[in-house]
Design a protein around this ligand. Structure first.
Ligand SMILES: [Zn+2]
Length: 255
């Protein structure tokens, strides 16, 4: 959706990613994309995200991250329609898996080599690879959301230099050190929502984005999507503490 360009001539606009003050600032940005359950409540205040950065994130990062695990699974399991109102889907070597919008039922178009066995009812199990193909895109996508949440909470804090590495890596993919994200998947809860469905209220109550401040000014972004929790450091030098966090519920990805 595009806002009237004149809206942004009042007040000072400054992009939270490239820090440009001269670009165009005419787009509307959902901090949480609509395809992950974001709505009007998740819109970034105006003048903080320039059109050129939004374009770059939209075409380079967001698309790849939303099509990758765990977001691809989440969208299909939970059945949030795409922007065009279509069923979300992902591909695997088993074929195409898509949302049916009915609790407990998923759509399935078998890959050509499985056509026959599926028709004959001989194939009753499916194995899906629960692993991201591009963890760096997932990480950059989380960093982008995290930076936006900082801006959402306080549009001055976000320009603090301690976030510079995170914003630079999110925008360009260039990094000086290692980044990571931690994922927690509550399988029981996932099964519950997939089998029983959920109301819009339940969805809203179980979706959360927040930035947690640790000692020494370090900050971590936490995204909660029903059964899925994702954590990413917004400042460098945070060492993940994962003792006692067992796989497969908890998984740490270095990028
Ligand atoms: Zn920008």
């Amino acid at each position: 959706m595009t806002l009237d360009a004149t809206e942004n001539t009042k007040g000072m606009s400054c992009c939270i990613f490239c820090k440009s003050t001269s670009g165009l600032f005419t787009t509307r940005e959902h901090v949480l994309p609509e395809s992950l359950g974001g709505g009007d409540w998740a819109v970034l205040p105006e003048g903080l995200f320039c059109n050129s950065c939004q374009n770059r994130f939209g075409s380079e990062i967001e698309q790849q991250a939303l099509g990758d695990y765990p977001f691809s699974f989440f969208r299909v399991f939970i059945g949030i329609p795409t922007k065009k109102g279509k069923a979300p889907w992902f591909k695997s070597w088993e074929g195409k898996i898509y949302a049916s919008f009915l609790p407990g039922i998923l759509g399935y178009d078998p890959a050509p080599y499985f056509d026959k066995v599926v028709l004959e009812g001989k194939k009753t199990q499916f194995r899906l690879l629960a692993h991201p193909l591009k963890p760096d895109m997932i990480c950059r996508f989380l960093l982008k959301m995290g930076i936006e949440v900082v801006a959402w909470d306080n549009s001055k804090d976000v320009f603090c230099p301690k976030f510079d590495e995170a914003r630079h890596f999110a925008l360009t993919g260039e990094k000086t050190g290692k980044w990571w994200y931690l994922q927690r998947e509550k399988i029981d809860m996932a099964s519950y929502f997939v089998t029983h469905g959920f109301t819009r209220n339940e969805l809203n109550e179980n979706i959360q984005m927040k930035v947690v401040r640790l000692d020494g000014e370090q900050e971590i972004f936490h995204l909660k999507l029903l059964y899925l929790d994702m954590f990413v450091p917004l400042t460098s030098m945070i060492i993940p503490k994962i003792e006692g966090l067992e796989e497969p519920e908890y998984r740490l990805f270095w990028v």
